[in-house]
Design a protein around this ligand. Structure first.
Ligand SMILES: Cc1ncc(COP(=O)(O)O)c(C=O)c1O
Length: 484
């Protein structure tokens, strides 16, 4: 029997096909549908997500779900990837380095790295907050703080954790230099060289780099762009491989596919990994950037029975990547992580911590987040529409459940690596080639990732047209615009 969300999605789809609702029409609200059908809000949202994934409906900020114009409706979501039941060494290619190096250059159109445009960073307010904190706490600013991080910031985080579905105390947190250091510490705390880490696939390339640096191996799990990882494959991998040290996932608004695991899947996931005694490293860096019309998704840590879930976050995607303030809730690995933190960097710089703590306390962080979510949802829509208009008809585009990243899949034999190189070398447009999101650089050669963290402008519009021309120029297929 189909689950309720599937039945509801089918029903709405039939009504749209029957023209009960026309392109541009607003569909009944999530609340109305939940009340009429006796479903939970989450079930209805899940049904809408399925329809969104098929390109049939679209969410509009603060307004609800609308029937999509046929032009965008034809664009399919990327295909579900497959598990490779083989433990692989990670081979970091120079391309990853190139993506990061050119990604921050002012000379290129910055579609490659998942960074926000300066127009949405609260830069002036943060600068004022930093100056005032330095004036008021000159001694603390100069002195080295505790390895766990300053207490006021940990307090603010513990308060915010309620909104993620967790009850955490300030002592549960260790402040880190971004999520990158947190990922590093988590992996070191749970593994020995040669161990296996189970990852979603495609995988954020920074994680793969850390895994390589620690001499670990990966098993890449099948991942659906809407539903996330396949728990049956995860169970299979847990049974097959004796040296699994952890499962590492971006559970909300993942990078690069954009899915968020449902609350139920998160619960099942935690049950499964704890049954095998394997820790879950949960990277929630994008969790606060859920779609404006949805609630803040819970973290899997909510269901942690015994401290086996290591939760990681950062302010790099919401406030300022330059401050390098992240955190880790290491659960039962707390003491080990603290030791490693102290041995790695002694402590996180104090002034950025004070700045973030003060901004959280007095700087209307929630109001900033609300504006940011709205801005990003709008940009994701505009960038997706531009890709749909300028790329070959067969192009598949992700519909992220939040964040600001699009995963674009071209036909199977398309060389997106060449496209990324041409875009950079000939036109100074940076995109992230898909293969750097795989362990050995061999998969996803027909895919690439773009970031929608900047306000869509003629500069970006021209860049998308250019890479669309490159995609069409390789003889892949007809262009969408001409065929309609
Ligand atoms: C999923 C994910 N985790 C971690 C990071 C690194 O975050 P930070 O800049 O806080 O080190 C990124 C950055 O893009 C990311 O996308």
């Amino acid at each position: 029997m189909d689950p309720s969300y599937q039945l509801l999605a089918d029903k709405l789809h039939r009504q749209i096909d029957a023209r009960t609702y026309l392109p541009g029409d607003r569909l009944p609200s999530v609340r109305e549908l939940a009340k009429d059908h006796g479903f939970s809000l989450e079930t209805v949202l899940h049904a809408f997500r399925l329809l969104e994934n098929k390109g049939i409906v679209e969410a509009r900020v603060r307004s609800g779900f609308y029937v999509r114009e046929p032009k965008l409706r034809l664009v399919a979501a990327p295909t579900k990837t497959q598990t490779i039941f083989r433990a692989k060494d990670v081979a970091v290619s120079a391309l990853r380095h190139q993506t990061v190096t050119f990604g921050t250059s002012k000379q290129v159109v910055p579609l490659g790295l998942s960074l926000l445009g300066s127009e949405v960073l609260p830069a002036r307010k943060l600068a004022q907050t930093a100056a005032s904190a330095a004036r008021r706490y000159p001694v603390e600013t100069c002195n080295q703080g505790p390895p766990a991080g300053i207490e006021p910031l940990r307090q603010q985080l513990a308060q915010r954790a309620n909104g993620w579905g967790c009850f955490l105390s300030p002592d549960d947190f260790v402040i880190t230099c971004g999520a990158s250091e947190a990922l590093h510490l988590a992996l070191r705390a749970v593994s020995q060289p040669g161990d296996i880490i189970l990852v979603e696939s495609p995988t954020y390339f920074g994680v793969l780099e850390i895994i390589q640096g620690l001499g670990l191996r990966v098993v890449e799990l099948a991942t659906d762009p809407v539903q996330g990882i396949d728990l049956a494959d995860l169970e299979n991998a847990l049974k097959r491989f004796p040296r699994v040290a952890a499962c590492l996932l971006v559970t909300n608004c993942s990078n690069p596919l954009g899915y968020s695991l449902s609350t139920k899947t998160k619960q099942d996931l935690v049950r499964l990994v704890t049954r095998f005694g394997v820790p879950l490293i949960e990277d929630d860096i994008f969790g606060d950037l859920h779609r404006p019309e949805t609630e803040r998704p819970k973290v899997a840590k909510t269901f942690d029975p015994d401290g086996s879930v290591i939760l990681i976050g950062s302010f790099s995607k919401t406030l300022a990547p330059g401050l390098r303030v992240g955190w880790i809730v290491p659960g039962k690995f707390h003491d080990r992580v603290l030791e490693l933190k102290s041995a790695t960097s002694l402590a996180t710089p104090t002034l950025p911590q004070l700045t973030v703590a003060e901004f959280l306390k007095f700087g209307s962080f929630d109001a900033h987040l609300r504006r940011l979510r709205k801005f990003l949802a709008e940009q994701v829509y505009r960038f997706s529409s531009a890709v749909a208009e300028n790329f070959p008809l067969s192009t598949r585009i992700s519909r992220p459940s939040g964040g600001f990243i699009l995963w674009i899949e071209l036909e199977e034999d398309f060389d997106a690596l060449q496209l990324a190189a041409d875009a950079l070398n000939k036109y100074r447009i940076a995109v992230a080639p898909g293969n750097i999101f795989s362990a050995t650089g061999e998969r996803y050669r027909n895919c690439f990732r773009i970031s929608c963290g900047h306000a869509f402008s003629p500069r970006f519009s021209e860049a998308i047209q250019t890479i669309g021309r490159l995609a069409a120029g390789s003889g892949a297929t007809k262009r969408i615009a001409n065929s309609r």
